[in-house]
Write a protein that binds this ligand. Structure first.
Ligand code: GLU
Length: 390
């Protein structure tokens, strides 16, 4: 359960936060980009980072900004018009973020994702590796859908769900959707004076979904419906979500200062949910047979390094699920392969430092990264007798 105190200080226990910003907040139809407001958001981001919170931004606004720069008339855009608007708007948007964050001494990195980048495992791993690296280098990723190439059939279309996918991809503790409304109501508040505000949503029930309706404003794609869908994606993976108003300066500080917001609580068993996903739902495409040293390392929560891998079976690509098997022939873990099987065979038994020499490129140090690894059975080694944590 969320306590009143946690509700008031939602960033207190956070290590990593994704902030999604709606188009209507960033772009004024007549005046264009709202730079003063953007500067206030960047000041909030800088303040969070000083507290040790890593921040990623999912910024909408490319199409809205581009159409205003191109002076396209109001009303619905044809697909190729939104693609052209996004091309013009995104370059402005990225520059604005970069300049504004720079004032607070922060470096921005632009990431444009397409649907496949989050839904196909290999591309997902690639995108995640880039995001992780940006965070490691203390840059703030500024993410948007790559609207210049996305077509209607294969796109998110709304950044609410994209932001939720990014939040789960990167293991964020909190997703903040800054919107032109301050949270979820039992009915659209501008239409129904009886509408009640919902401060905490512990579970996304069909009733909650029904309350979300389908409304969207002219500038933004998502309405409350895509926000609740984002809530489902995020909370199932253990990431809490907040819907708050961005119509004030310093919107993130305002949240902490007591502004009203709705909080969707994270699933109480997120780790199990993810582990069940890796351990149970995917069929291993291959096997990595490991020595006892590696088995011990896995049981103490470490990644599987190539040095501990004795033998490889099966054909798999990077990102496929593989089983990790002990010398005694028992499956001890499952995880997502960091290498294709052909490369894995070349580096098996070798030190991570030798990878570049052997493969001709600097690959990942781990054969299976610990974030992508689930212990499925306790092993027979000393530490392995500890209960497997599934
Ligand atoms: N990706 C779109 C843009 O940058 C916005 C999508 C949305 O409003 O959710 O213009």
């Amino acid at each position: 359960m969320t306590t009143a105190n946690e509700i008031l200080k939602p960033f207190d226990h956070c290590r990593r936060v994704v902030v999604k910003i709606g188009s209507a907040l960033l772009v004024d139809r007549k005046a264009g980009l709202r730079t003063e407001w953007l500067d206030s958001v960047c000041a909030d981001i800088a303040a969070l980072r000083r507290r040790g919170v890593e921040v990623l931004v999912v910024s909408s606004g490319a199409i809205a900004l581009g159409r205003s720069v191109l002076k396209l008339p109001a009303g619905a855009l044809k697909l190729e018009e939104s693609q052209a608007s996004a091309a013009v708007g995104q370059i402005e948007l990225a520059r604005a973020w970069s300049e504004s964050l720079h004032r607070d001494g922060i470096v921005a990195g632009q990431i444009l994702l397409t649907f496949g980048d989050t839904e196909e495992r290999r591309r997902y791993l690639n995108a995640r590796a880039t995001l992780r690296q940006l965070l490691k280098l203390k840059a703030v990723p500024i993410i948007n859908e790559n609207d210049t190439v996305a077509t209607n059939e294969i796109r998110y279309g709304d950044n609410d769900r994209l932001a939720a996918r990014v939040a789960t991809m990167i293991g964020a503790d909190l997703l903040v959707l800054l919107s032109d409304i301050d949270g979820l109501y039992t009915a659209p508040p501008h239409l129904d004076p009886e509408a009640l505000f919902l401060p905490v949503i512990a579970d996304i029930t069909p009733e909650i979904e029904a309350m979300a309706g389908g409304a969207a404003s002219e500038l933004s794609r998502g309405g409350m419906r895509t926000k609740v869908e984002a809530g489902k994606i995020a909370t199932a993976a253990g990431c809490a979500m907040i819907i708050a108003s961005g119509k004030v300066p310093n919107p993130l500080q305002s949240i902490e200062a007591g502004a009203r917001f709705s909080k969707f609580e994270a699933s109480p068993n997120p780790v199990n949910a993810r582990k069940t996903w890796i351990a149970g739902q995917l069929h291993p495409a291959g096997e990595l047979h490991v020595d006892e040293g590696a088995e011990d390392a896995l049981h103490s929560g470490k990644s599987l390094l190539p040095a501990g891998v004795k033998r490889i079976e099966g054909h798999f690509s990077r990102g496929d699920t593989v089983a990790v098997v002990s010398l005694a022939g028992h499956e001890i873990a499952r995880g997502l392969a960091g290498y294709d099987d052909s490369d894995a065979r070349l580096i098996a038994g070798r030190k991570s430092g030798e990878i570049e020499k052997i493969l001709g490129y600097a690959g990942r140090a781990a054969m299976v990264h610990r974030d992508d690894l689930v212990l499925t059975h306790a092993g027979n080694t000393k530490k392995g007798r500890k209960k497997a944590n599934v």
